[in-house]
Design a protein around this ligand. Structure first.
Ligand SMILES: [Zn+2]
Length: 265
């Protein structure tokens, strides 16, 4: 099979996974009781419906990206705008698949790297919308990182184990100190589990650069909020999760460029 056939296949798979990530982002927080809901459902039922009028979405309009374009970004029944998040997450899902293939070819390593980034995409959007990083995603992500590195795919096993433990403990410690000094939760337990998961995938050496890059991205987000006229006070919750997840995805890409599994080496 030619390289291009494989790449196009991965783009289509990535778009479909992105479409599934949208379901996880929308229904996950309800399913896991992080937000109030009278009908949480699950990841496969009920069929996708419009959040405004609850009308079921036609199969043809559920095609990733094309569905959004065909509907001109509006619900077919009630004309409510469809959030730009849907096509954006689908595109990010495809981008993750393509990047993983470019780095690692058509391999298990590529599939795992894509799975890592896909999970980070879901976590980012859930945290931005609800302020939670659900255990249902962070803990399996941490465990899968250890499994992948049991055969040294992205880091050696000792480095991964130290990374997971240190990542979690550092943030718990900072969070506890912050709570003592300020009386409010600056770093949640979810952030600690996410940093632990990133340490499990990328090794302890990645922790300091990750926290630094995450802080820079979070500050950039605050700057953008200020510039766009939003009031940002000390009490405004800044979800650190999306910034940290973004840093994690970038670190995976940079790490991938140096790994022996990289097809360009
Ligand atoms: Zn509608």
């Amino acid at each position: 099979m030619s390289y291009w056939v494989i790449l196009v296949t991965w783009v289509l798979v990535g778009l479909l996974i992105g479409s599934f990530l949208n379901v996880v982002i929308y229904r996950g927080p309800k399913m896991w009781n992080l937000v109030e809901s009278d009908s949480p459902g699950n990841l496969v039922s009920p069929r996708s419906y419009c959040p405004s009028c609850k009308a079921p979405i036609k199969r043809i309009n559920m095609i990733p990206l094309l569905g959004y374009i065909m509907l001109h970004g509006k619900c077919a029944s009630c004309s409510a705008s469809i959030s730009l998040r849907y096509p954006l997450v689908e595109l990010l899902g495809a981008a993750a698949a393509v990047i993983a293939t470019i780095l690692f070819g058509f391999t298990v390593t590529a599939a795992l790297a894509a799975l890592f980034i896909w999970t980070l995409i879901a976590l980012s959007f859930i945290d931005a919308e609800t302020g939670f990083l659900p255990d249902a995603l962070t803990i399996p992500l941490l465990a899968l990182g250890i499994v992948a590195n049991a055969i040294d795919l992205f880091a050696t096993l000792p480095n991964a184990l130290i990374g997971a433990t240190a990542g979690y403990l550092i943030f718990r410690l900072i969070g506890a100190v912050f709570q003592r000094l300020r009386g409010l939760e600056g770093l949640g337990q979810g952030d600690a589990k996410l940093l632990g998961a990133l340490g499990a995938w990328l090794g302890w050496q990645a922790l300091a650069p990750l926290v630094f890059a995450g802080a820079v991205l979070a500050l950039a987000a605050v700057g953008t909020m200020r510039l766009s006229g939003k009031t940002v006070s000390n009490e405004t919750p800044i979800p650190f999760g999306p910034a940290l997840a973004g840093a994690g995805a970038i670190a995976m890409i940079l790490n991938g460029l140096h790994l022996p599994a990289n097809i360009w080496n």
